[in-house]
Design a protein around this ligand. Structure first.
Ligand code: SF4
Length: 363
Protein backbone atom coordinates (compact mmCIF):
# COMPACT_ATOMS: atom_id res chain seq x y z
CA UNK A 1 0.00 0.00 0.00
CA UNK A 2 2.81 2.38 0.91
CA UNK A 3 4.51 2.07 -2.50
CA UNK A 4 1.78 4.21 -4.11
CA UNK A 5 2.54 7.93 -4.06
CA UNK A 6 0.32 9.72 -1.55
CA UNK A 7 -1.12 13.19 -1.01
CA UNK A 8 0.21 14.56 2.28
CA UNK A 9 -0.27 17.61 4.46
CA UNK A 10 2.42 18.50 6.96
CA UNK A 11 1.27 20.79 9.81
CA UNK A 12 4.71 22.02 10.87
CA UNK A 13 3.50 24.12 13.82
CA UNK A 14 0.37 25.14 15.72
CA UNK A 15 1.94 28.51 16.57
CA UNK A 16 0.35 31.45 14.75
CA UNK A 17 0.82 35.22 14.70
CA UNK A 18 -2.71 35.84 13.35
CA UNK A 19 -5.92 35.99 15.40
CA UNK A 20 -8.55 34.85 12.91
CA UNK A 21 -12.15 35.05 14.06
CA UNK A 22 -12.91 31.55 12.69
CA UNK A 23 -9.91 29.74 14.17
CA UNK A 24 -8.79 29.46 17.79
CA UNK A 25 -5.63 27.49 17.06
CA UNK A 26 -3.46 30.38 18.27
CA UNK A 27 -4.90 29.76 21.75
CA UNK A 28 -3.54 26.19 21.70
CA UNK A 29 -0.10 26.50 20.11
CA UNK A 30 2.49 23.74 19.97
CA UNK A 31 5.75 24.19 21.86
CA UNK A 32 8.74 24.56 19.52
CA UNK A 33 10.57 21.69 21.25
CA UNK A 34 7.65 19.30 20.54
CA UNK A 35 7.33 20.14 16.83
CA UNK A 36 8.05 17.64 14.08
CA UNK A 37 11.76 17.53 13.21
CA UNK A 38 13.83 16.57 10.20
CA UNK A 39 14.48 13.04 11.46
CA UNK A 40 10.74 12.35 11.43
CA UNK A 41 10.17 14.12 8.10
CA UNK A 42 12.80 11.77 6.63
CA UNK A 43 10.43 8.86 7.41
CA UNK A 44 7.57 10.24 5.28
CA UNK A 45 6.56 8.24 2.19
CA UNK A 46 6.76 9.27 -1.47
CA UNK A 47 4.12 11.87 -2.30
CA UNK A 48 2.82 13.35 -5.53
CA UNK A 49 1.70 16.46 -3.61
CA UNK A 50 2.53 17.98 -0.23
CA UNK A 51 0.85 20.91 1.46
CA UNK A 52 2.82 22.58 4.26
CA UNK A 53 0.57 24.42 6.66
CA UNK A 54 0.15 25.51 10.28
CA UNK A 55 -0.53 27.56 12.38
CA UNK A 56 1.74 29.87 10.43
CA UNK A 57 4.50 27.73 8.86
CA UNK A 58 6.93 30.63 8.41
CA UNK A 59 7.11 31.01 12.20
CA UNK A 60 9.50 28.04 12.00
CA UNK A 61 12.96 29.35 11.33
CA UNK A 62 14.05 25.93 9.99
CA UNK A 63 11.32 25.83 7.33
CA UNK A 64 13.92 25.82 4.54
CA UNK A 65 15.49 22.65 5.97
CA UNK A 66 12.03 21.05 6.12
CA UNK A 67 11.29 21.97 2.51
CA UNK A 68 14.69 20.73 1.36
CA UNK A 69 13.99 17.35 2.97
CA UNK A 70 10.40 17.22 1.69
CA UNK A 71 11.52 17.74 -1.91
CA UNK A 72 13.32 14.37 -1.62
CA UNK A 73 9.86 12.82 -1.04
CA UNK A 74 7.43 14.95 -2.99
CA UNK A 75 6.87 15.94 -6.63
CA UNK A 76 5.10 19.19 -5.75
CA UNK A 77 4.95 21.35 -2.60
CA UNK A 78 2.59 24.21 -1.77
CA UNK A 79 2.89 26.29 1.41
CA UNK A 80 -0.21 27.90 2.93
CA UNK A 81 0.71 31.08 4.81
CA UNK A 82 -0.75 34.40 5.97
CA UNK A 83 2.05 36.15 4.08
CA UNK A 84 3.15 38.26 7.03
CA UNK A 85 6.83 37.23 7.14
CA UNK A 86 7.69 38.68 3.75
CA UNK A 87 11.48 38.44 4.02
CA UNK A 88 11.38 34.78 5.12
CA UNK A 89 9.01 33.89 2.29
CA UNK A 90 11.13 35.65 -0.34
CA UNK A 91 14.27 34.03 1.04
CA UNK A 92 12.74 30.54 0.86
CA UNK A 93 11.42 31.14 -2.65
CA UNK A 94 14.88 32.17 -3.86
CA UNK A 95 16.08 28.67 -3.02
CA UNK A 96 12.90 26.89 -4.22
CA UNK A 97 11.47 28.90 -7.16
CA UNK A 98 9.30 25.93 -8.18
CA UNK A 99 7.39 25.91 -4.85
CA UNK A 100 3.73 26.98 -4.60
CA UNK A 101 2.72 29.74 -2.19
CA UNK A 102 -0.90 30.41 -1.16
CA UNK A 103 -1.48 33.52 0.92
CA UNK A 104 -4.70 33.72 2.93
CA UNK A 105 -6.45 37.00 2.23
CA UNK A 106 -9.94 37.22 3.71
CA UNK A 107 -11.28 40.17 1.81
CA UNK A 108 -10.42 43.70 0.81
CA UNK A 109 -8.21 45.62 3.23
CA UNK A 110 -10.58 46.49 6.10
CA UNK A 111 -12.41 43.15 6.10
CA UNK A 112 -9.19 41.14 5.88
CA UNK A 113 -7.55 42.91 8.81
CA UNK A 114 -10.70 42.56 10.95
CA UNK A 115 -11.09 38.83 10.22
CA UNK A 116 -7.44 37.90 10.54
CA UNK A 117 -6.65 40.19 13.48
CA UNK A 118 -3.35 41.11 11.86
CA UNK A 119 -2.59 44.81 11.79
CA UNK A 120 -1.48 45.70 8.28
CA UNK A 121 -2.10 42.05 7.28
CA UNK A 122 -3.65 42.87 3.91
CA UNK A 123 -0.84 45.20 2.86
CA UNK A 124 1.85 42.72 3.91
CA UNK A 125 0.12 39.78 2.21
CA UNK A 126 -0.49 41.78 -0.95
CA UNK A 127 3.07 43.16 -1.06
CA UNK A 128 4.46 39.65 -0.54
CA UNK A 129 2.38 38.39 -3.47
CA UNK A 130 3.59 41.24 -5.68
CA UNK A 131 7.22 40.62 -4.78
CA UNK A 132 6.86 36.90 -5.51
CA UNK A 133 5.41 37.71 -8.92
CA UNK A 134 8.20 40.19 -9.61
CA UNK A 135 10.70 37.41 -8.81
CA UNK A 136 9.08 35.32 -11.55
CA UNK A 137 7.43 32.80 -9.18
CA UNK A 138 4.71 31.02 -11.14
CA UNK A 139 2.74 28.99 -8.57
CA UNK A 140 1.45 31.85 -6.42
CA UNK A 141 -2.06 32.69 -5.30
CA UNK A 142 -4.63 33.82 -2.75
CA UNK A 143 -6.70 31.65 -0.46
CA UNK A 144 -9.97 33.01 1.01
CA UNK A 145 -12.27 31.53 3.69
CA UNK A 146 -15.68 32.82 2.67
CA UNK A 147 -18.16 33.75 5.43
CA UNK A 148 -20.97 36.28 6.03
CA UNK A 149 -18.53 39.11 6.69
CA UNK A 150 -16.42 38.81 3.55
CA UNK A 151 -18.70 37.16 0.96
CA UNK A 152 -19.30 40.47 -0.92
CA UNK A 153 -15.50 40.71 -1.46
CA UNK A 154 -15.36 37.30 -3.15
CA UNK A 155 -15.68 38.34 -6.79
CA UNK A 156 -13.66 41.59 -6.37
CA UNK A 157 -10.79 39.56 -4.87
CA UNK A 158 -11.05 37.00 -7.66
CA UNK A 159 -10.73 39.88 -10.16
CA UNK A 160 -7.62 41.17 -8.37
CA UNK A 161 -6.11 37.68 -8.59
CA UNK A 162 -6.90 37.63 -12.31
CA UNK A 163 -5.24 41.01 -12.86
CA UNK A 164 -2.17 39.76 -11.03
CA UNK A 165 -2.23 36.47 -12.98
CA UNK A 166 -2.59 34.41 -9.80
CA UNK A 167 -4.38 31.33 -8.56
CA UNK A 168 -7.51 31.92 -6.42
CA UNK A 169 -8.49 29.24 -3.89
CA UNK A 170 -11.66 29.33 -1.78
CA UNK A 171 -12.96 27.67 1.37
CA UNK A 172 -15.83 28.23 3.75
CA UNK A 173 -16.25 27.90 7.52
CA UNK A 174 -15.55 24.50 9.09
CA UNK A 175 -15.52 23.27 12.67
CA UNK A 176 -12.95 20.76 13.91
CA UNK A 177 -10.27 19.98 16.48
CA UNK A 178 -7.76 21.55 14.05
CA UNK A 179 -9.45 24.95 14.18
CA UNK A 180 -10.16 24.48 17.92
CA UNK A 181 -13.62 25.69 16.99
CA UNK A 182 -17.12 24.21 17.00
CA UNK A 183 -19.26 27.31 16.59
CA UNK A 184 -18.51 28.43 13.03
CA UNK A 185 -21.65 28.77 10.93
CA UNK A 186 -22.89 30.70 7.90
CA UNK A 187 -25.88 32.85 8.97
CA UNK A 188 -27.15 34.35 5.71
CA UNK A 189 -26.87 31.34 3.40
CA UNK A 190 -28.64 32.87 0.35
CA UNK A 191 -26.37 35.95 0.42
CA UNK A 192 -23.17 33.91 0.73
CA UNK A 193 -24.38 31.41 -1.88
CA UNK A 194 -25.25 34.24 -4.30
CA UNK A 195 -21.65 35.45 -4.11
CA UNK A 196 -20.38 31.91 -4.77
CA UNK A 197 -22.85 31.70 -7.67
CA UNK A 198 -21.36 34.88 -9.18
CA UNK A 199 -17.86 33.41 -8.80
CA UNK A 200 -18.94 30.10 -10.42
CA UNK A 201 -20.21 32.06 -13.43
CA UNK A 202 -16.96 34.07 -13.67
CA UNK A 203 -14.95 30.84 -13.57
CA UNK A 204 -17.15 29.10 -16.15
CA UNK A 205 -16.70 32.08 -18.50
CA UNK A 206 -12.94 31.58 -18.52
CA UNK A 207 -11.16 29.63 -21.25
CA UNK A 208 -9.15 27.62 -18.69
CA UNK A 209 -10.36 24.05 -17.97
CA UNK A 210 -8.70 24.29 -14.54
CA UNK A 211 -11.06 27.17 -13.70
CA UNK A 212 -14.10 25.17 -14.85
CA UNK A 213 -13.17 22.53 -12.28
CA UNK A 214 -12.74 25.29 -9.70
CA UNK A 215 -16.29 26.33 -10.58
CA UNK A 216 -17.43 22.81 -9.65
CA UNK A 217 -15.54 23.08 -6.33
CA UNK A 218 -17.36 26.35 -5.54
CA UNK A 219 -20.70 24.80 -6.54
CA UNK A 220 -19.79 22.15 -3.91
CA UNK A 221 -19.23 24.91 -1.35
CA UNK A 222 -22.81 26.15 -1.84
CA UNK A 223 -23.99 22.56 -1.35
CA UNK A 224 -21.83 22.36 1.81
CA UNK A 225 -23.08 25.56 3.44
CA UNK A 226 -26.64 24.25 3.06
CA UNK A 227 -25.56 21.13 5.00
CA UNK A 228 -26.02 18.65 2.14
CA UNK A 229 -24.10 15.38 1.63
CA UNK A 230 -20.72 15.77 -0.12
CA UNK A 231 -20.88 15.68 -3.90
CA UNK A 232 -17.98 13.18 -3.92
CA UNK A 233 -16.93 10.35 -1.57
CA UNK A 234 -14.28 11.09 1.04
CA UNK A 235 -11.27 8.74 0.85
CA UNK A 236 -9.02 10.47 3.37
CA UNK A 237 -6.52 8.09 5.05
CA UNK A 238 -6.66 5.70 2.05
CA UNK A 239 -4.31 7.60 -0.24
CA UNK A 240 -3.96 10.86 1.71
CA UNK A 241 -2.78 11.78 5.18
CA UNK A 242 -2.13 14.71 7.51
CA UNK A 243 0.71 14.78 10.02
CA UNK A 244 0.56 17.23 12.91
CA UNK A 245 3.33 19.04 14.81
CA UNK A 246 3.44 16.14 17.31
CA UNK A 247 4.12 13.68 14.46
CA UNK A 248 0.69 12.08 14.85
CA UNK A 249 -0.58 10.86 11.47
CA UNK A 250 -4.26 11.65 10.91
CA UNK A 251 -6.77 11.18 8.10
CA UNK A 252 -7.65 14.86 7.77
CA UNK A 253 -8.19 18.10 9.67
CA UNK A 254 -12.00 18.05 9.54
CA UNK A 255 -12.99 15.63 12.29
CA UNK A 256 -14.55 16.81 15.54
CA UNK A 257 -11.90 15.07 17.64
CA UNK A 258 -8.44 14.17 16.50
CA UNK A 259 -8.21 10.69 14.90
CA UNK A 260 -4.75 9.12 15.06
CA UNK A 261 -3.41 6.38 12.78
CA UNK A 262 -0.04 6.27 14.52
CA UNK A 263 2.96 8.37 15.52
CA UNK A 264 5.90 8.79 13.17
CA UNK A 265 8.36 9.60 15.96
CA UNK A 266 7.84 6.12 17.34
CA UNK A 267 6.98 4.08 14.23
CA UNK A 268 8.22 3.57 10.69
CA UNK A 269 5.93 4.65 7.89
CA UNK A 270 5.05 1.16 6.57
CA UNK A 271 4.35 -0.16 10.05
CA UNK A 272 2.15 2.85 10.84
CA UNK A 273 0.27 2.84 7.52
CA UNK A 274 -0.67 -0.84 7.77
CA UNK A 275 -1.31 -0.88 11.53
CA UNK A 276 -4.65 -1.91 13.12
CA UNK A 277 -5.01 1.70 14.38
CA UNK A 278 -4.76 2.98 10.80
CA UNK A 279 -7.41 0.46 9.73
CA UNK A 280 -9.68 1.61 12.58
CA UNK A 281 -9.35 5.19 11.38
CA UNK A 282 -10.19 4.13 7.80
CA UNK A 283 -13.33 2.43 9.09
CA UNK A 284 -14.26 5.67 10.92
CA UNK A 285 -13.69 7.70 7.72
CA UNK A 286 -16.06 5.40 5.83
CA UNK A 287 -18.77 6.28 8.39
CA UNK A 288 -17.87 9.97 8.75
CA UNK A 289 -20.89 12.27 8.50
CA UNK A 290 -19.10 15.65 8.68
CA UNK A 291 -19.72 16.32 4.95
CA UNK A 292 -16.89 18.82 4.88
CA UNK A 293 -15.75 20.34 1.60
CA UNK A 294 -12.15 21.52 1.93
CA UNK A 295 -9.67 21.45 -0.92
CA UNK A 296 -7.41 19.00 0.99
CA UNK A 297 -10.03 16.26 0.82
CA UNK A 298 -11.87 17.36 -2.32
CA UNK A 299 -8.92 17.78 -4.68
CA UNK A 300 -7.85 14.09 -4.41
CA UNK A 301 -11.51 13.07 -4.77
CA UNK A 302 -11.93 15.25 -7.88
CA UNK A 303 -8.94 13.50 -9.46
CA UNK A 304 -10.12 10.05 -8.44
CA UNK A 305 -13.77 10.51 -9.43
CA UNK A 306 -12.95 12.80 -12.35
CA UNK A 307 -16.08 11.91 -14.36
CA UNK A 308 -18.38 13.40 -11.77
CA UNK A 309 -16.96 16.98 -11.96
CA UNK A 310 -16.18 16.53 -15.67
CA UNK A 311 -19.85 15.74 -16.39
CA UNK A 312 -20.94 18.78 -14.34
CA UNK A 313 -18.50 20.98 -16.29
CA UNK A 314 -19.71 19.62 -19.63
CA UNK A 315 -23.33 20.23 -18.74
CA UNK A 316 -22.56 23.84 -17.82
CA UNK A 317 -20.26 24.58 -20.74
CA UNK A 318 -22.57 23.07 -23.34
CA UNK A 319 -25.41 25.48 -22.85
CA UNK A 320 -24.13 28.83 -24.12
CA UNK A 321 -26.05 31.84 -22.94
CA UNK A 322 -27.43 30.04 -19.88
CA UNK A 323 -25.87 30.92 -16.56
CA UNK A 324 -25.17 28.64 -13.61
CA UNK A 325 -27.80 29.06 -10.88
CA UNK A 326 -27.45 28.10 -7.21
CA UNK A 327 -31.11 26.99 -7.41
CA UNK A 328 -29.90 23.91 -9.28
CA UNK A 329 -29.32 22.56 -5.76
CA UNK A 330 -32.75 21.37 -4.53
CA UNK A 331 -32.32 22.50 -0.91
CA UNK A 332 -31.44 26.05 -2.04
CA UNK A 333 -34.80 26.17 -3.85
CA UNK A 334 -36.57 24.59 -0.88
CA UNK A 335 -35.19 27.24 1.47
CA UNK A 336 -36.20 30.04 -0.93
CA UNK A 337 -39.69 28.53 -1.19
CA UNK A 338 -40.12 28.20 2.59
CA UNK A 339 -40.12 24.39 2.56
CA UNK A 340 -37.08 24.24 4.85
CA UNK A 341 -36.39 26.55 7.80
CA UNK A 342 -33.15 28.19 8.90
CA UNK A 343 -33.25 26.14 12.10
CA UNK A 344 -33.45 22.94 10.07
CA UNK A 345 -30.44 23.98 7.98
CA UNK A 346 -28.50 25.05 11.09
CA UNK A 347 -29.14 21.59 12.56
CA UNK A 348 -27.50 20.03 9.48
CA UNK A 349 -24.28 21.98 10.03
CA UNK A 350 -21.39 20.90 12.30
CA UNK A 351 -21.93 24.00 14.45
CA UNK A 352 -22.53 23.03 18.07
CA UNK A 353 -23.11 26.08 20.21
CA UNK A 354 -22.81 24.15 23.46
CA UNK A 355 -19.61 22.29 22.50
CA UNK A 356 -16.30 22.55 24.26
CA UNK A 357 -13.86 22.10 21.39
CA UNK A 358 -11.02 19.61 21.73
CA UNK A 359 -7.81 21.58 21.27
CA UNK A 360 -6.03 18.80 19.37
CA UNK A 361 -3.12 18.77 21.78
CA UNK A 362 -1.57 15.73 23.35
CA UNK A 363 -2.66 14.90 26.86
S1 SF4 B 1 -15.70 14.10 5.50
FE1 SF4 B 1 -13.61 13.30 5.16
S2 SF4 B 1 -12.28 15.09 5.36
FE2 SF4 B 1 -14.24 15.60 6.32
S3 SF4 B 1 -14.01 15.08 8.50
FE3 SF4 B 1 -14.92 13.32 7.47
S4 SF4 B 1 -13.15 12.04 6.97
FE4 SF4 B 1 -12.35 14.07 7.37
Amino acid sequence: MASRKLNGTVIVTYRCNARCTMCNRYKAPSRPEDEIGIDTIKKLPKMYFTNITGGEPFIREDLKDIVRELYKHSDRIVISTNGYFTERIIDLCREFPQIGIRISIEGLEKTNNEIRGLENGFRRGYETLKELRAMGMKDVGFGMTVQDRNAPDLVPLYRISEEMGMEFATASLHNSFYFVEAKNIIHDRPMVAANFEALVNELLKSSSPKKWFRAYFNHGLINYIYGQPRLLPCDMSFDTFFIDPYSDVMPCNGTKDKLVMGNLNRQDWDELWSSPEAEKVRAAVRKCDRQCWMIGSVSPAMHKYIWNPAWWVLRHKLRPGKKYSMYEIPVVRDYRDGKVTKDQLDALSTCDRSAVANDGLKK
